[in-house]
Design a protein around this ligand. Structure first.
Ligand code: HEM
Length: 178
């Protein structure tokens, strides 16, 4: 499968926009977590409820659009999916982050929302919220690394090409001088 140049540019644009949106949502999460842990009680409650209500779905959608457009770019261009290290590593990063959103972030959001409601009611939340710093820290670090890989495209091919035979076999043999 090959993409025509215009189609490739359209998919690449979707890929860059979705990865940028993903990073932007992570920055928003970092801000909400910061306010949720260290703001005034009113701001903490609001930030934690906003985190629980509005963040996971757009984050997962941007992650999946980034993954789908990346898969298409890999499959339909010379880069391949596991032909070059920089693409293969990004594939692993993207899949791991999307799985973490579903299995680690989403299940805790009800508790985070309940903590926000409790703080607004003047109560002490039951949940330990300190772990909330990890999702934006991990995700922003991995996405920044993926962006660096995308720009620099380091490490070359996963399986280096075998050298082409140069000339006939007899020519390649060393000359024996008697
Ligand atoms: C982990 C999140 C990802 C981020 C932040 C990201 C970011 C980017 C960026 C900024 C570019 C543009 C680079 C340039 O034009 O110089 C790019 C290109 C590319 N990405 Fe990703 N990407 C991600 C995931 C993926 C995945 C999962 C794949 C494939 C499995 C992939 C495959 C590609 C390919 C093949 C290109 C080059 C397209 C071309 O020039 O034809 N990316 N990526």
């Amino acid at each position: 499968m090959k993409l025509a140049p215009r189609a490739r540019k359209a998919v690449l644009t979707a890929h860059i926009v979705s990865s940028g949106a993903w990073i932007g949502i992570d920055v928003l999460v970092a801000v909400l977590v910061g306010v949720g842990l260290g703001g005034s009680d009113a701001a903490r409650g609001l930030a934690l409820r906003a985190l629980a209500e509005f963040v996971v779905a757009p984050m997962l959608v941007s992650g999946l659009v980034c993954l789908a457009s990346g898969l298409l770019l890999g499959l339909a261009t010379r880069w391949g999916l596991v032909r070059y290290w920089w693409v293969a590593v990004k594939l692993v990063m993207n899949v791991v982050l999307c799985v973490l959103i579903v299995v680690a972030l989403q299940p805790g959001m009800a508790e985070v929302g309940a903590a926000g409601v409790a703080i607004e009611a003047g109560e002490v939340p039951v949940a330990d919220l300190s772990n909330l710093v990890f999702p934006p820290a991990v995700s922003l670090t991995v996405l920044a690394a993926a962006t660096v890989l995308s720009v620099h495209k380091p490490w070359g091919r996963v399986r280096p090409r075998s050298p082409r035979p140069s000339g006939r076999a007899s020519e390649a043999r060393p000359t024996v001088v008697v």
